[in-house]
Design a protein around this ligand. Sequence first.
Ligand code: COI
Length: 354
Amino acid sequence: MTDTLDIKITKAAQTRLTVTDFSQLPFGKVFTDHMFTADFEDGEWKNLQILPYGPIPMSPAISALHYGQAIFEGLKAYRQPDGKISVFRADKNFERFNKSAARMSMPTIPEELFMQGLAALIKADEKWVPNQEDYALYIRPVMFATDPYLGVKASDTYKFALLTTPTGPYYSSALKVKIETEFTRADDGGVGFAKTAGNYARSLYPFEQAKKEGFDQLIWTDSASHEYIEEAGTANLIFVINGKLVTPSVRSTVLDGVTRDTIIKLAKEDGIEVEERRVSVKEVIEGIQNGSLTEAFAAGTAATVTHVGEIGYEGETYQLTDPSTRNISNGIAKKLNDIRYGLTADEFGWNWIL
Ligand code: COI
């Protein structure tokens, strides 16, 4: 049996719930009343607390700011038909958080700290979990190095925080994506599989360039040849080719997405063949041209299942099928949502009902 941890609770003087418009919830801008924090000092996690959401005082010399020792996660809590709250596949996000921590020379988080901190925070802010179709409470675990020291070494101290924000899907319509063949998101032997801040920082300049050309997002290709599709940065990519689900295999440059894994399991259960393998740009472009590639979508916690509407490659734009006709991805998206929102049996045991 796991011990109950001692979490100090300081309640916000007043709630911001009453002044929050739940019909206007842009992703990641509206935070709940509280946050959870813990400090890693002298080789252990201490000062576990729920406190009002707000600024965290810190030295401008902390190594996270200078050398990028910072990792994060993204998971969601869903309102169930009986009013209860369910967190989806928290164990997978926890596991990945610690994989990222290990790669970035950061301390791992004990499972009970992650889970009990999460449960205590959601309990404190339970009224913030939306009760609207396609909405959820997005949970953002983050850890960063806090040594006020300018030498280049792994920090001895860290802060872990859990933030929560009610939100709808990250994208509101089908995406126009560009296959990126100049810049790269990740390199072999690097940190592409880790959810670390620098992976997102390096994607911003290419993303800004693509936005100027009218694209919503990039499809990253491998750094060695730019011939193989990797992921989209905010989500993994999944294609339907000849009726099979085809997705780039997870490797050192590709994030092991929880939504990707969930969709693979649901597809297999439905008798849909799934191929996890290298997917070439040529196969995708030719597939659109000859009609064998019928569906494409981004899969992520924030992105949920977002159709790819158009793909740009080397100055040409390739139009995909009408998203409303995409039976495989629409079917899987529905099944996934039905499980998350408690509308159908959770046969895999993915919902953690609080
Ligand atoms: C998530 O889906 O949770 C992510 O972390 C993507 C994010 C960068 C928007």
